[in-house]
Design a protein. Structure first.
Length: 664
């Protein structure tokens, strides 16, 4: 099995070489179809390993750095995230088959880099795959460099990607060895362990988008093509969380104190709250989805922090509950967020815009896309019986068990995290309701939106895969957690049992349980009863009338799609939250300009916000970032030989740095 996975990674590299051949559309079809098939192979192999037994031993590759060969291995944790990579990679590749196929060279390199990082059995291989993932994703973000917004996004993303690598390299160097088995046998202690915690949290957090290292994410994810955005939001951020979990929970071992979970819990809670609030205020669909990713990454980080706290307090069942919540939500979010980014891409192609104030009424023009969007948005809003509710229910049950922690300080921290998580979940539901209502309900707000057409068959196929999986995981979370059991044991110990109660999930013996099939049955009975009552009490014939214009006069004849001002706007729906929370958390502002008496000009309301993390960015650091980015922009003119030489020089530099750390 390991040999097959290594061969798959090699074939992805071969596809990148094929993409260099200027063969037009045919080469694009080969690259994308091959990437889809290899992604499906990754998913099948990972699912088979989780269900029927993981391969034993380590596959040593015939090449590597000067001090040893590179090695690959597959355990429960890496197999779970490899399954996510395969499923989302399949969906995004299918969707990309229906588009122009831009960025083909970077596409298989992106998939291969993530796969290499997940399969690594030593620090060098993991870092090599991690940096290859960063380089390929930066190339996808910088693909359309003619737009100023994309250039700024690529620059900022490059800075944070460099920060992640700069922190993770010394973090692995301080472990005392590069082979994972050797690290587990002698985990770090004392100041080295604390340094690994700090560097690992900063390095992986910068790549995952944790607050306050999240500034790049709302810019970079929307700048990339929609299939790349789906991979970045659905999988790349989870690979960063995988590195965080592998480093802090697995390699550093159970000897570390339980307070290690407090920084993760704090960073996760801040990310969840800020991301959910920003998702309510953004007026661009893809930017709102990117901010929602910050929220969900924060929830997964909170679950990992809880697992550390419970493991340090010798509460094995509660640690398994928190670890199960982390893995299940990582899988659920990876699927439904990839689905929503693909939906956003289909909407942008059909309606010509991503701005919510330019959309509307798409449920009539794009009914299949609207159905897929409804599944993804329902899961993101944590509505039962979809996957988002099951995973977030597990997290809240784990937070409710915080009173079992022995120290009063940790109990207070868990209680505060519970309140912030509940607020974040409520804000996320409001953001998803606003997103679906403005984009798909109401009336079209532009002629292009009124003439939108359904997505093509490849795009619909790409959206169908995560939509069906989101439904299946939501209906059978017990089976999903049983599949994730090997990964839970890697995180919290070999004796950990996943919180499974048949096909349902539970919070422990004698505590509450969640049975989604029962919930589905009850919801079905309520809906059928409501339909029968409405049918019985409604008149025999349906009557149609004009749409309510919200008090506005009828639109002029040239506005065949209606007056956009007679419908709620994105800024208008966000105004209550901007006034309540935006001022303190996001430096929100509103200004009303009233003309003097006798002036016929209308009054103007100007509203907006700015992330406080961006305000705190020092000016010298921003200048240094721009100077570095200006030099990097020159890389666009390099020939193929120059690009390969630069990559070789970077690899040699990384090898030298790791050799120095190994000698230390």
């Amino acid at each position: 099995m390991l040999t097959a996975l290594a061969l798959g990674l090699a074939l992805l590299g071969l596809l990148a070489v094929v993409a260099l051949v200027p063969a037009g559309r045919r080469a694009g079809l080969v690259v994308l179809a091959g990437s889809a098939l290899l992604s499906a192979g990754f998913a099948l192999l990972a699912a088979g390993a989780l269900a029927f037994g993981l391969p034993e031993g380590v596959l040593v590759l015939p090449f590597g750095p000067a001090w040893g060969a590179m090695s690959l291995a597959l355990d429960g944790l890496s197999a779970w995230f490899l399954l996510l990579l395969g499923l989302v990679g399949l969906s995004a590749s299918l969707f990309a088959l229906g588009g122009p196929g831009r960025g083909l060279v970077a596409w298989p390199l992106f998939l291969g880099g993530m796969g290499l990082a997940l399969l690594a059995a030593d620090g060098f291989t993991l870092l090599l795959g991690f940096e290859l993932m960063s380089l390929a994703s930066w190339a996808l973000v910088a693909l359309d460099h003619r737009e100023a917004g994309n250039r700024e996004a690529a620059r900022l993303y490059l800075v944070f990607a460099a920060l992640a690598g700069t922190c993770l390299v010394p973090a692995f160097g301080l472990l005392g060895a590069l082979d994972f088995a050797a690290i587990r046998a002698a985990p770090p202690e004392g100041w080295r362990a604390v340094a690994v915690l700090a560097l690992g949290l900063i390095g992986a957090g910068a790549k995952a988008g944790l607050v306050p290292l999240h500034l790049w994410l709302p810019l970079a994810h929307p700048a990339a093509p929609s299939p790349a955005s789906a991979l970045m939001s659905g999988v790349m951020t989870k690979v960063a969380l995988y590195v965080l979990a592998r480093l802090l929970l697995d390699l550093c071992g159970p000897v570390q104190p339980g307070w290690w979970g407090v920084p993760l819990l704090a960073a996760g809670a801040a990310s969840a709250l800020l991301g959910a609030l920003r998702a309510n205020l953004e007026e661009d669909a893809k930017v709102a989805l990117a901010c929602s990713t910050i929220e969900n990454v924060g929830l997964v980080t909170m679950a990992l922090g809880l697992a550390l706290l419970f493991r340090g307090a010798d509460l094995g069942p509660m640690a398994a509950l928190a670890a199960g919540a982390a893995l299940l939500h990582a899988m659920a979010h990876g699927l439904f967020k990839a689905l929503l980014f693909l939906v956003a891409g289909a909407v942008q192609h059909a309606a010509g815009s991503r701005r919510l104030d330019r959309l509307g009424g798409l449920i009539h023009a794009m009914p299949r896309t609207a159905l897929a969007a409804l599944v993804g948005i329902g899961a993101a809003a944590a509505l039962p019986p979809l996957s988002g509710f099951a995973s977030e229910w597990l997290l809240l049950q784990a937070l409710l068990g915080g009173w079992r922690l022995g120290e009063i300080g940790l109990q207070v921290v868990a209680a505060a995290a519970l309140a912030l998580a509940a607020m974040a979940v409520a804000l996320a539901a409001a953001a998803m309701l606003r997103l679906f209502g403005l984009a798909f309900l109401g009336r079209p707000r532009s002629p292009r939106g009124a003439g939108a057409r359904e997505a093509n068959r490849f795009e619909l196929a790409g959206m169908a895969v995560p939509a069906v999986l989101t439904l299946l995981i939501g209906l059978f979370p017990g089976l999903a957690l049983a599949l994730a059991a090997p990964g839970i044991r890697v995180l919290v110990g070999p004796a950990a049992m996943p919180p499974v109660v048949g096909l349902a999930i539970g919070a422990g013996e004698g505590h509450s349980a969640y049975a989604p099939l029962v919930v589905l049955l009850l919801l079905g009975l309520v809906l059928v009863t409501l339909w029968l009552v409405v049918r019985r009490r409604s008149p025999a014939l349906a009557e149609r009338g004009p749409a309510w214009n919200g008090g506005f006069i009828d639109p002029p004849p040239e506005f065949v799609f209606g007056d956009p001002l007679s419908q709620p706007s994105a800024a208008g729906m966000a105004q209550p939250l901007r006034r309540m929370l935006g001022g303190s958390l996001l430096a929100g502002r509103e200004a009303v300009t009233m003309p003097p008496p006798g002036d016929t000009r209308p009054a103007r309301l100007e509203a907006g916000f700015e992330d406080r993390a961006a305000l705190a960015l020092p000016t010298p650091a921003a200048r240094l970032r721009d100077a570095i980015a200006d030099q990097v922009e020159r890389l666009r003119g390099l020939t193929l030989r120059g690009s390969l030489s630069l990559g070789f020089a970077t690899l040699v530099g990384l090898l030298a740095l790791l050799a120095w750390l190994e000698a230390r």
